[in-house]
Design a protein around this ligand. Structure first.
Ligand SMILES: Cc1cc2nc3c(=O)[nH]c(=O)nc-3n(C[C@H](O)[C@H](O)[C@H](O)COP(=O)(O)OP(=O)(O)OC[C@H]3O[C@@H](n4cnc5c(N)ncnc54)[C@H](O)[C@@H]3O)c2cc1C
Length: 434
């Protein structure tokens, strides 16, 4: 499978182009190899770099580092989620286990940006779960009760308040949760690249084609070279399955998002000059929509099984039309042609929405499958899988491993058929919210 960089993502286009890009052009031996340089791989590399200042640590990505899902997401660093895939949040104990991981994820990102003085448009403004359907109030009341039992500050918000805060009268009911953070995902991941420890060598545009274990050595074949490593961490998230990692437990999903240009003063006034905000849908396939710090509107309202994973321009154009309609429904007073960029990104899902954090064989480790919480959880899992691979134990690992492991998926073609049918069903249920 070939991964190609493109220039479709608005977050990436905000950044200055990288100048120090190296690709693999000869063979290497190393102690540690990390495949995938998103939040997970970069975080694992940072930790290993700190733990083993005298060892050779290599980090490789098939495209430019950080330019996978880690730059392409909606930028919600979440403390709570309502629609974690299609698993209900019925059991308080399970919900607590999940939110304990989110808490740790927020802490680890917070620590990183404080330590390196990272500017990533960090805004502790909280977030809304909102719906245009009054009947969704029941879901939000139940959710609010769950959150309150776990001491998450939250409150129900009515139509009037939502209009004032968001600048749209589309929503009729919402729940505000105080602990969510909005940020610029591209700036965050770029800072993780720029601050890698000196003993971590990063190779980009170098795709791992196959790998095998040969006694104590893991032999990794790239197009241009071979790396022999003693230990390996797979941090390729949506591409875990294509590398033969936990193939019966995870599958890729393609998401698309669009972002407008900044609204003009007049346009911004026409929607009431709201402060930066983020809305998550109450129903799984509804739109995630956000007003950025610089008055751009971001919308993500598709999730699908798509092969090849990454979309070409004509595929993106179709998704962009859906996103234009999503914006228009909410902001009819804005012009039609304000979308500036539309992009796709790949995430990985499991059947029960649990994450992968595992030693999968001697000296072989993998972390991934965060659904919509990869900013915090990916950064946390990267750091902690590096510690686990060093045979150390932490309270964080205990918290991560207290959660249920992913459950086995049905075989193909039932898996694809099942996922597609479920996505269509959920899309129908959420049709007013797209
Ligand atoms: C549109 C969208 C919206 C999202 N919104 C949010 C959100 O608001 N909040 C949130 O927390 N999460 C969100 N997510 C999810 C989040 O982006 C991911 O969970 C997170 O980026 C995962 O990080 P990662 O480092 O594990 O994987 P990635 O960032 O996907 O990195 C994996 C890397 O592995 C590389 N790779 C793959 N195969 C190979 C190979 N064979 N050889 C070498 N390298 C390889 C890829 O090039 C890629 O760079 C969203 C995702 C998308 C796409």
């Amino acid at each position: 499978m070939q991964l190609i960089n493109d220039n479709s993502c608005g977050w990436i286009n905000d950044l200055s182009p990288r100048t120090n890009v190296k690709s693999l052009d000869k063979n290497y031996d190393c102690e540690w190899l990390i495949i995938g340089a998103g939040y997970t791989g970069l975080s694992a590399a940072r930790k290993l770099g700190q733990l083993y200042s005298n060892q050779k640590i290599i980090l490789v990505d098939a495209q430019l580092a950080g330019e996978g899902a880690s730059s392409r997401n909606s930028g919600y660093l979440v403390e709570t989620t309502l629609n974690d895939g299609f698993t209900s949040n019925k059991k308080l104990e399970n919900y607590k286990k999940k939110s304990d991981i989110y808490d740790l994820g927020i802490e680890v990102v917070k620590k990183f940006i404080k330590e390196y003085q990272v500017d990533c448009d960090w805004n502790e403004c909280g977030k809304y779960f909102a719906s245009s359907r009054l009947e969704d109030k029941k879901i939000l009341i139940n959710f609010s009760e769950t959150l309150s039992k776990l001491d998450f500050r939250n409150n129900l918000v009515d139509e009037e308040e939502l209009k004032k805060k968001l600048g749209t009268s589309f929503y009729n009911i919402g729940l505000y949760t105080k602990g969510g953070i909005l940020l610029h995902p591209g700036k965050l991941v770029r800072a993780m690249i720029d601050t890698l420890p000196k003993n971590v060598e990063l190779f980009e545009n170098s795709s791992l084609i196959n790998w095998k274990k040969n006694n104590d050595i893991i032999l990794c074949t790239f197009k241009e070279a071979i790396i022999k490593t003693k230990k390996i961490i797979f941090a390729t998230n949506g591409f875990l399955k294509s590398l033969g990692i936990k193939t019966n437990y995870n599958f890729p999903i393609t998401l698309t998002a669009s972002m407008t240009r900044p609204l003009t003063d007049k346009e911004f006034k026409s929607i009431g000059e709201p402060k930066e905000w983020g809305v998550l849908p109450v129903r799984p396939m509804g739109a995630t929509i956000r007003m950025t710090k610089d008055r751009r509107i971001l919308i993500r309202n598709t999730a699908e099984v798509h092969n090849p994973y990454k979309m070409d321009q004509s595929d993106l154009k179709k998704r962009s039309t859906k996103q234009k309609i999503g914006i228009k429904k909410r902001f009819p007073q804005l012009p039609d042609n304000i979308i500036q960029s539309t992009w796709s990104g790949i995430v990985s899902r499991t059947r029960n929405s649990s994450q992968i954090f595992e030693k999968i064989d001697e000296n072989i480790f993998a972390a991934g499958c965060y659904n919509g919480s990869g900013i915090g959880v990916g950064t946390l899992f990267g750091e902690q899988i590096a510690i686990k691979a060093s045979n150390e134990h932490t309270n964080e690992i205990e918290t991560i491993e207290a959660r249920k492991k992913p459950t086995c998926l049905p075989p193909q073609p039932f898996l694809n058929l099942g996922v597609k049918a479920r996505l269509i069903y959920e899309r129908l249920r959420a049709r007013t919210e797209i």
